[in-house]
Design a protein around this ligand. Structure first.
Ligand SMILES: Cc1ncc(COP(=O)(O)O)c(N)n1
Length: 608
């Protein structure tokens, strides 16, 4: 029996010196807030109170705050409401509503207004009267951007607007509005009412939305955002409509917080397009008849209570901050989308609220939780869970752990690993070339020297198995798996920056550390193995020809090297948090290398 000599991979580590000086993770105010200027414009919402906190005034004030705006509110009605529905409504009197608006406008310089649930015709008139009194009675004052969300019915089906108020909306409020934001049901109701048409109008396609938006603009608002959340639409439909209407502007938002870069139209391996389910909103600007279609990926979620309120409040906030209308709508839709995506599904038992403060979360890395020192790595592993498991719990590892891995498999592995190390060393040479300090150049160079040591260990080991140095160096055919993996490392090194290269090298470093720990945990003494037949048996160290290999990777020295490598990457990510796009790019590199690692062991297991 051949006992394997030391084959440590200390070189598969990132030296601490490659770390930029450790910087405390910064509070990153992202998505919604990174454009917020130092000024804090005041914004007004005229809407109903939702005792459950998810919609109405409560959603609006949270949204204003998340955008760095100062929120004020005039309450049209109190609702006894939760995530399951509206239990009761208690209106403000029109006089009292008017007083609230007067109080605010007589004191605070309001830069944006939104209205939501207005309750009835009298309260709607009271709101109009207060606004007109303040803004339209003098020549110097003009109404600030005014977003009207024509809230009619709650998601739970409770009426929030007396039907008699609809005419007041159409005739008196819409002409004052910068933007109105009806959803499909509200647009159908408003148009049917406006046209006094029977049977009721139905909006069932993007084409229907386009004509409905144009028709709604006829009521006098400067623009219309017709929300398509309740319409099932696929990317094919959007393509078709855009192809037929060259005047349409397509605004795509591929942004999601989980790092996935959702492309609206993807081409699969066979070259055919894949149609994705989307949410499509239509924005029509009356003055120049500009029609835009805004698309984003659909999220399946029950945490949607208050979506309309949040969107219109975010648009008002954005307009108050100085965005133009298209940007305001696009950014507000993104903000709302992320609010749904990051919502806590455990709030309430019905349709839960959005997370209004996703933008205030530390960094963008979704795995970041207090006390987790490795959020980026956690994110990588979670998101690539399947392939990661296939790599670190590979049959190669399990058989090796039981000492029954065929010798030829191990020999193939070790020969290819020798060839792989050449790429690995060159990758570190590239890392040195990308370094700007002597400390990091030295660190990368040290790693290269360690690789040179390591190949000597490989040579020693191979000679013990009867493989000459000649054979190893000149006669071993490089397998496709080795060339692909090695070539990819060099490619990342050439086209990417040092962080991308470090991430490309991470899968190998961490994976071998994980394998070492897995093997250690699955010995009978440590009790985490399943025992019995098949590949799930106990890991045995005694008499195992690969025992030194196991000890090396589970040993303190290698585990320390892994820790150091992780810290390097994590501290660099914390010091310079990635954007979504960059995080996505990093993940793709990580995932690819993890696939290559698995492929490496697949290759070793194939018997010739
Ligand atoms: C006070 C108030 N305002 C608006 C809504 C609409 O929100 P949703 O459509 O999510 O129920 C609501 N439920 N309550």
């Amino acid at each position: 029996m051949v006992v394997i000599e030391r084959m440590t991979r200390p070189s598969r580590s990132h030296d601490r010196e490659n770390v930029t000086p450790r910087v405390k993770p910064t509070l990153r105010i992202s998505a919604a807030c990174h454009l917020v200027p130092m000024s804090q414009p005041s914004v007004l919402t005229i809407a109903g109170s939702d005792s459950g906190g998810g919609a109405g005034i409560q959603a609006d004030l949270k949204t204003f705050a998340a955008h760095g705006c100062y929120g004020t509110s005039a309450i049209t009605a109190l609702t006894a409401q939760n995530t399951k529905g509206v239990q009761d409504v208690f209106p403000s009197s029109p006089e009292f509503l008017e007083k609230q608006i007067d109080s605010i406008l007589s004191d605070i310089d309001i830069k944006g207004i939104k209205s939501g649930m207005l309750f009835d015709a009298n309260n709607t008139r009271a709101a109009i009267s207060a606004l007109k009194k303040h803004y339209l009675s003098s020549l110097s004052n003009s109404l600030p951007p005014f977003v009207v969300d024509p809230v009619c019915v709650s998601t739970s089906g409770h009426s929030l607007l007396d039907p008699a108020a609809i005419d007041v909306l159409l005739k008196d409020i819409f002409p004052m509005a910068t933007l109105i934001t009806p959803n499909k049901a509200e647009a159908e109701l408003l148009l049917s009412r406006g046209r006094r048409r029977e049977p009721a109008l139905k909006i069932e396609s993007i084409e229907d939305m386009l004509s409905a938006a144009e028709e709604l603009a006829g009521f006098g608002s400067q623009s219309v955002l017709l929300k398509g959340g309740h319409l099932t639409v696929f990317s094919d439909d959007v393509q078709r409509v855009v192809a037929n209407r060259p005047d349409l502007i397509l605004v795509r938002d591929d942004f999601t917080s989980n790092g996935e870069n959702m492309e609206i139209l993807r081409v699969n391996q066979t070259g055919t397009s894949v149609s994705h389910e989307l949410v499509v909103d239509v924005l029509y600007e009356t003055s120049d008849k500009k029609m835009s279609i805004l698309c984003r990926p659909r999220i399946r979620s029950t945490s949607t209570h208050g979506t309309g309120c949040t969107l219109s409040a975010a648009i008002a906030a954005r307009l108050a901050l100085g965005s133009d209308l298209t940007d305001a709508v696009k950014l507000a839709a993104r903000y709302t989308h992320l609010g749904i995506e990051t919502a806590n599904p455990e709030i309430g038992h019905g349709h839960g609220p959005l997370n209004h403060f996703h933008s205030l979360k530390e960094a963008l890395i979704p795995g970041r939780t207090p006390g987790n020192p490795y959020p980026l790595t956690t994110f990588f592993i979670r998101k690539s869970a399947k392939v990661w498991k296939a790599y670190v719990e590979h049959d190669f590892v399990k058989l090796l752990g039981r000492g029954i891995l065929p010798k030829e498999c191990f020999v193939r592995f070790i020969k290819q690993d020798y060839l792989y190390l050449r790429y690995y060393a060159r990758a570190y040479a590239l890392l040195a070339a990308k370094s700007s300090t002597f400390a990091s150049i030295s660190s990368a160079t040290q790693t290269i020297l360690s690789v040179l040591q390591e190949i000597n260990t490989h040579k020693t080991f191979c000679s013990a198995w009867g493989i000459s140095e000649e054979e190893l160096e000149y006669e071993t055919r490089e397998e496709a798996a080795t060339a692909a993996y090695g070539g990819y490392l060099i490619d990342v090194g050439l086209r990417g920056d040092s962080m991308m290269l470090l991430i490309a090298l991470l899968s190998c470093l961490l994976g071998y550390g994980e394998v070492g720990l897995w093997l250690k945990r699955h010995t009978k003494e440590n009790g985490r193995g399943k025992g019995g037949e098949g590949n799930e048996g106990w890991v045995v160290l005694e008499g195992n020809p690969y025992v030194e290999w196991i000890k090396d990777y589970s040993g303190e020295a290698y585990q320390q090297a892994v820790k150091l490598g992780l810290e390097t990457i994590e501290s660099r990510a914390a010091a310079d948090p990635p954007s979504k796009v960059r995080l996505d790019e990093w993940f793709r590199i990580w995932e690819r290398c993890t696939e290559f690692e698995k492929g490496f062991w697949d290759m070793a297991m194939v018997k010739e």
